[in-house]
Write a protein that binds this ligand. Structure first.
Ligand code: SF4
Length: 415
């Protein structure tokens, strides 16, 4: 159980952020916001994937003009991402947006910030103050810029974190002077270690909720590693109240990965089956990778969070599948299926997928009827007997693992 940092709580259209509320998942549309139909379709897709809050870009007035139609059709609260033009924030607020994101690097005018704060206060709308590494270096004063650049080249990690925290402190002074505290903070960088340091510093300095993110992560194949390394580290130490993983791809992948990250850390309850599978090795005797892909596809139809294991042999499989509700141990031509530690079926390879799926459906239905509890105990799977080769009579299964040499494991002992 992770001991989470205590932060002030804000409400974003009914979704609480901070103050011990569940870590919420955010994403951002990649459509033109003024194009209402595809924007709403993408928001719905994100919500269906498990996204709690969706941000939309509003660079132009035609984008804020589209907000009423989007808000009316969206199943989740919507956040307006405002850069450079404070007028977009004022328009979004007037249209009933649920949250505003401001970047201190490009909306600096005190009067403008005061006006946005006053409008948000009047309507009970929180603001995210989002600092990005890319906008903290001085742009106007050449001498100051040169000094900052020189310091960064000497020690990029510490210097950039210090600049990000200073930018946040300067901006937050405006909010303090307005006595406005419904604020969420973010400090994003493209560097995983800077993200970790910056958020740790912010968590020590502020009691406001933190929106975690690593920006410009790239495609999922590589961006996933940097994102999970940094966000996972912070979340596991109790830091973070809402997260956005950002990829150069369909944003639904951001939500899928954010959800898996939170479930893996025990910060969110699973609502769908969890699939574990062996990585395969030189003992494998079937195309397990293909089987796992097929099982994964079939499990998407089940909406009960059962735990399913697909294992390639009886050597290490049983120990690693302990705790699985439904497990299959696949061998040459056959598979043995277990349901909560009890062997239920021994089937030919070509029946394995359907048989496993049937057992999953049946177990999920029993869970739904309250007849059994999923993962209610550390189910101890007794190593199955060696698998008979394909087409051997079903009753030709040896009674113990040591009765015969396994066609799967050769001379290896099952321990
Ligand atoms: S379960 Fe068997 S086949 Fe799979 S990785 Fe472990 S030893 Fe290899």
């Amino acid at each position: 159980m992770i001991d989470r940092s205590q932060t002030h709580q804000v409400d974003v259209g009914g979704i609480p952020i901070g103050g011990g509320a569940p870590v919420s998942i955010q994403s951002m549309t990649s459509t033109y916001t003024y194009d209402v139909e595809p924007t709403v379709a993408q928001i719905r897709g994100l919500a269906a994937a498990g996204c709690d809050l969706v941000r939309v870009a509003v660079p132009n007035k035609r984008d804020t003009d589209a907000l009423p139609a989007i808000l009316e059709q969206s199943p989740v609260p919507i956040i307006a991402d405002v850069h450079f033009h404070f007028e977009r924030a004022m328009e979004a607020i007037a249209h009933g947006i649920h949250k505003i994101r401001l970047n201190p690097g490009n909306i600096k005018d005190r009067t403008q910030v005061d006006r946005v704060i006053a409008a948000c206060r009047e309507r009970g709308i929180p603001i995210r103050v989002g600092v990005n590494e890319g906008s903290v270096v001085e742009r106007g004063d050449k001498e100051r810029r040169a000094a900052q650049k020189a310091a960064i080249s000497e020690n990029p990690r510490d210097q950039l974190v210090a600049l990000m925290i200073r930018a946040l402190e300067d901006y937050m002074r405006i909010f303090d002077e307005n006595d406005f505290h419904d604020v969420v903070l973010s400090l994003k960088s493209i560097d995983a270690l800077i993200v970790i340091d910056a958020y740790r510093a912010a968590a020590a300095r502020f009691d406001l909720p933190l929106h975690l993110g690593l920006t410009h992560a790239g495609p999922p194949e590589t961006g996933r590693i940097r994102s999970i390394a940094s966000l996972g580290s912070l979340l596991s130490s109790g830091i973070g109240d809402t997260i956005r993983i950002s990829y150069a791809a369909d944003p639904v992948h951001e939500v899928e990965d954010a959800k898996e990250l939170l479930c893996s850390l025990g910060l969110r309850h699973r609502t769908e089956p969890e699939l574990i599978a062996c990585p395969t090795c030189g003992r494998i005797e079937i195309d397990l990778i293909k089987l796992v892909a097929e099982v994964r596809r079939k499990l998407t139809t089940i909406k009960t969070p059962i735990k399913v294991a697909v294992m390639g042999c009886v050597v290490n499989g049983p120990g690693e599948a302990e705790g699985a509700d439904v497990a299959v141990f696949a061998g040459k031509g056959r598979g043995i299926i277990y349901v909560q530690g009890e062997q239920t079926r021994s089937v030919d390879e070509d029946e394995m997928l359907d048989a496993l799926y049937e057992e999953c459906l049946s177990f999920a239905a029993r869970v739904e009827r309250g007849e059994v509890e999923r993962s209610s105990q550390a189910v101890n799977i007794v190593p199955p007997d060696p698998l008979p080769r394909a087409h051997a009579p079903a009753n030709d299964v040896p009674s113990t693992a040591n009765d015969v040499a396994s066609p799967l494991v050769g001379d290896e002992k099952i321990e």
